[in-house]
Unconditional design. Structure first.
Ligand SMILES: [Zn+2]
Length: 293
C-alpha cells in the first residue's frame, strides 16, 4: 500500500515534501517541513484517516464492496469482522466515498442511452422514526426518490440522484456527460424534448414498443435492475439522502465490470486518497436534507 500510494517515494500529505523520516516504533513518518501535525501515517489524507480500526479490518471491507455484485450489508460486516453494526455502516459509507466517480474519463460518446428511474423502499421494513421521516419528507411521486443516468453502450454509466424529472435536470445531465453529436436514445418522456439539435436523438415510446432496432434503453434497464437488486435485496431500505452513495457504489462496480476481483480492488484502493467523510458530516448532511428546506 505504501508503494501504491507513493510510487516515487513517500511524501508529506500536508506539504508535499519528500524530506521525511520513518519512525519505526510509532510506525509513522515525520515531515521536516515547518507546519502543524508533521507526523503522518498511511491513512492520513485518505478515507481511513483517524479511524481507530486497522487495515486488517478495512481491506476486507474494501474488497467486499468492490466485488459483491449486490453490495454488502453492514450486518454481514458486523458478523464477519467483529465490529459493531453501526461501525460497519460507517465503514461502508466511507468506502462508498472511494467508489465515487472521479470523472477523469471525459465525456461519453458513440451510442448513449439516457433514462431515469424511481427508487423507494417498502415502508414495512423500516424502523419507526425512519418511516415517519420518509413519509413526511419531500420526494418524488409516491414518496420515491429519482435516479437519472447516461450510459455509453459497452462503456461507462454516470448516474446521479435528482429531485425532479424536470427538463433542466435531465438535460444538463446529458450535456455535462455526453459528447455533442453522439447517438442518444431515450424513452418518450417530455423532459428529453429539445436535445435533437445537439445529439442524434431518437425516442422509443414504451407505450408502443421497447425495442426498435438500435433504438432502446435496455442497457439502462440492466443497470437499474442491478441497482435495485442491491438496494432491495441487500440493504432492505436506503434513506433518500444517502441514496447517492449506493448509486456511486453500483456505478463503480458496473464501470469496472470487465476487471478481475483483484483489479477492481486495486481500482477502489487507488481512489482512497484525498477524500474524507467524518461521522458528523455523514449524519449532519442527513439532518440537513431531511429538513423542509
Ligand atoms: Zn510536510
Amino acid at each position: 500500500m505504501v508503494a501504491k500510494r507513493w510510487p516515487n517515494g513517500v511524501t508529506c500529505p500536508n506539504c508535499g515534501s519528500d524530506h521525511v523520516a520513518y519512525l519505526e516504533n510509532a510506525r509513522l513518518w515525520k515531515c521536516y517541513g515547518k507546519h502543524e501535525r508533521p507526523k503522518f501515517s498511511l491513512k492520513t489524507g485518505t478515507i481511513f484517516e483517524d479511524s481507530p480500526l486497522g487495515l486488517e479490518k478495512w481491506l476486507p471491507v474494501m474488497w467486499l464492496l468492490a466485488n459483491c455484485k449486490n453490495g454488502v450489508s453492514s450486518w454481514e460486516i458486523h458478523r464477519g469482522l467483529g465490529v459493531t453494526q453501526k461501525t460497519a455502516w460507517f465503514m461502508l459509507q466511507r468506502a462508498r466515498l472511494a467508489t465515487q466517480d472521479p470523472e477523469t474519463g471525459g465525456k461519453l460518446g458513440g451510442e448513449v442511452e439516457v433514462d431515469e428511474t424511481f427508487i423507494g423502499g417498502k415502508a414495512r421494513n423500516m424502523h419507526g422514526d425512519v418511516k415517519a421521516r420518509k413519509i413526511q419528507g419531500r420526494r418524488g411521486p409516491e414518496g420515491k426518490a429519482i435516479v437519472a443516468a447516461v450510459l455509453e453502450r459497452g462503456g461507462k454509466v454516470r448516474a446521479k440522484v435528482v429531485d425532479k424529472r424536470r427538463k433542466s435536470q435531465l438535460q444538463s445531465l446529458v450535456r455535462e456527460n455526453v459528447e455533442p453529436g453522439s447517438a442518444l436514445y431515450s424513452d418518450a418522456l417530455k423532459s428529453y424534448d429539445g436535445l435533437a439539435g445537439e445529439f442524434e436523438h431518437q425516442v422509443i415510446d414504451h407505450a408502443i414498443a421497447y425495442v426498435d432496432g438500435q433504438v432502446h434503453t435496455n442497457g439502462m434497464e440492466n443497470f437499474w435492475s442491478l441497482l435495485k437488486r442491491g438496494i432491495r435485496g441487500t440493504y432492505v431500505s436506503v434513506e433518500p439522502y444517502h441514496l447517492f452513495r449506493y448509486v456511486d457504489e453500483q456505478a463503480f462496480r458496473f464501470n469496472n465490470r470487465k476487471l478481475t476481483d483483484a483489479e477492481r480492488f486495486d481500482s477502489v484502493m487507488s481512489q482512497v486518497v484525498g477524500k474524507r467523510l467524518t461521522y458528523e458530516e455523514l449524519i449532519g448532511s442527513a439532518e440537513r436534507s431531511s429538513s423542509p428546506n
